[in-house]
Design a protein around this ligand. Structure first.
Ligand code: FES
Length: 126
């Protein structure tokens, strides 16, 4: 990935968003950088019913993706890298294949064998 494109957020939106007041919600949106999301990657991981690969394989891919996006230590949008990539476990993306399925938006590119090696190759070419 280029030096200015990899930021990710591992923070989870509190389950009690209904109780957040407007200022707290605004602060939270700022903190996780929602307005600066450049890409959003969904990966089939931790599936309820594992159709495309084993749950363990999907979690290995998820952990690798998470680690790969954390390596630059760019967990928050900053002036030096103002855009970010968000990642989400998608449970099932409804595509059965032999490896974890991953899709990146807004590009709309699907990866049918998103194992750690492929994720590494993709990240170097992004
Ligand atoms: S279980 Fe992976 S795409 Fe459905």
């Amino acid at each position: 990935m280029s030096n200015n494109t990899v930021i990710q957020s591992s923070r989870q939106i509190p389950k009690t968003t209904k109780s957040l007041d407007k200022k707290a919600l605004h602060n939270y949106v700022e903190t996780i950088g929602i307005a600066k999301i450049h890409r959003h990657i969904f990966i089939c991981a931790d599936q309820t019913v594992a159709n495309c690969c084993s749950k363990q394989a999907s979690l290995e891919s998820w952990e690798y993706l998470k680690k790969r996006l954390q390596e630059p230590k760019l967990g928050q949008p900053q002036n030096s890298h103002p855009i970010c990539i968000l990642r989400t476990k998608a449970n099932c993306l409804r595509v059965s294949c032999s490896r974890p399925i991953m899709v990146a938006y807004p590009d709309g590119v699907w990866y049918r064998q998103a194992n750690p090696e492929v994720i590494e190759r993709i990240s170097k070419n992004t």
